[in-house]
Design a protein around this ligand. Structure first.
Ligand code: ATP
Ligand code: MG
Length: 389
């Protein structure tokens, strides 16, 4: 299959790329695709979805709506996804007629924590000790050693939703009942020193490129800060993380951008946490600190364009901008004071109502040195009333 060239005419229409889902990741994909000259189409039921607002075409139907999917196929030469909970059957339908990346089977594995962990193990990458709980018998058979632990629903969790910390067997039973006994994974609570992630892009020909390894700080289960510069993650760990992520992508015959999240344990060991079959919040710094962004690589993998290894040219810190920063009457933060700081790049997603924990945007800070980036980031935190890190 030949590449979908930017600015070309395909079947009498400008080459158009589709995306399932209209959130902020879709919006930034649309921006990258349009910058290269592609037309775009977004399928998302929400009339005010961040990506739908900026796309050439916005198909406002449910993800499984046959007419919606048909319209998307009629418009697009190739289709990607921006959130992992797009129903796999929708991707299968699209994949029967159009090039779809990532493919439905890879997305289906990432949608299910149990299948995902099994895939990591198959690739020889260490995972947290865990047990799959789908039945009362499996619940009763859980080893004592897994407590204290975290019970996570196998499907549909994000930003710490769908998980509870459990210290005792009684708490475990109560938590599973609370989750209405849906399939879950119980993970042993590990002593974390740090968290990191790596983003790889794998092309149709199997070629893999990657970004530097990111160091991530989560607060209340939500990513708060990402730091990327020489030394943010020890070199030996970073090498291991990249090798693991490449093995995971190869094992899936993956095409697209894939983010793999890791824990670094107190003893220094690297343990894989989960993967996202798409660009990731921890990769947003690439928009300003690298010569190609994760969204540009998503476009290239989708269209079959060549991949070249991206290069980070500035030390970077990303601060997530959550709805918590807006005033009670919806007043926006003091962006004029933040943007007076050198090397600050604001990205807001066009969401009209701010809620606690809602991802409204992010602030990238770039500088010549890690120390300078950190100094500006701390000043920005002070203006925004974000807890310093
Ligand atoms: P995301 O928004 O990244 O998809 P999620 O809801 O899928 O989040 P996880 O990544 O599984 O959740 O967990 C969220 C955070 O909780 C982790 O980043 C980590 O800080 C903490 N955590 C999760 N599992 C464990 C564990 N086994 N031991 C210690 N801490 C953990
Ligand atoms: Mg996570």
């Amino acid at each position: 299959m030949s590449a979908v060239l930017p600015g070309s005419i395909v079947n009498g229409q400008p080459a158009t790329l589709g995306v399932m889902g209209g959130g902020q990741l879709g919006r930034m994909f649309v921006h990258a695709a349009q910058a290269m000259g592609y037309y775009t189409a977004v399928l998302d039921p929400d009339p005010a979805s961040p990506a739908g607002l900026v796309s050439h075409h916005h198909i406002q139907t449910d993800y499984l709506d046959e007419q919606g999917l048909a319209q998307l196929m009629q418009r697009c030469t190739a289709i990607t996804t921006e959130f992992e909970n797009v129903p796999a059957p929708a991707l299968l339908t699209l994949g029967a007629h159009r090039f779809v990346a990532p493919a439905a089977d890879a997305v289906a594995i990432a949608q299910d924590r149990a299948a995902e962990k099994a895939h990591f193990v198959k690739c020889g990458v260490p995972v947290a000790p865990h047990a799959v709980i789908e039945t009362e018998v499996q619940l009763a058979a859980v080893a004592d050693d897994l407590l204290p632990g975290i019970l996570k629903t196998a499907r549909l969790g994000y930003d710490g939703k769908g998980q509870v910390r459990v210290k005792t067997r009684a708490e475990l039973v109560a938590a599973w009942t609370e989750f209405k006994q849906v399939p879950c994974v119980l993970e042993k609570m590990l002593p974390l020193k740090d968290e990191c992630s790596v983003i790889v892009a794998r092309g149709r020909d199997g070629q893999c490129v990657h970004f530097p390894v990111q160091r991530n700080l989560h607060r209340e289960g939500i990513l708060a800060v990402t730091e990327v510069y020489e030394g943010a993650v020890p070199a030996a760990l970073a090498q291991q993380a990249v090798a693991a992520a490449v093995a995971i992508a190869n094992g899936l015959q993956y095409v697209g951008v894939l983010c793999v999240e890791f824990f670094v344990l107190e003893g220094g060991q690297l343990v894989v946490n989960e993967m996202a079959p798409r660009p990731h919040n921890s990769g947003h710094y690439t928009l300003n600190a690298c010569d190609q962004s994760q969204f540009e690589l998503q476009v290239r993998t989708l269209t079959g364009l060549p991949l070249t290894q991206p290069r980070q040219h500035s030390a970077a810190i990303m601060l997530n901008v959550l709805g918590d920063l807006w005033g009670l009457e919806g007043q926006s933060p003091d962006w004029d004071r933040v943007l007076a700081l050198p090397g600050t790049h604001l990205h807001l997603y066009g969401k009209l109502s701010a809620r606690k924990g809602r991802k409204m945007g992010h602030l990238n800070i770039t500088a010549a040195t890690p120390e300078a980036a950190r100094a500006v980031a701390l000043q920005a935190c002070a203006v925004l009333a974000i807890e310093p890190f």
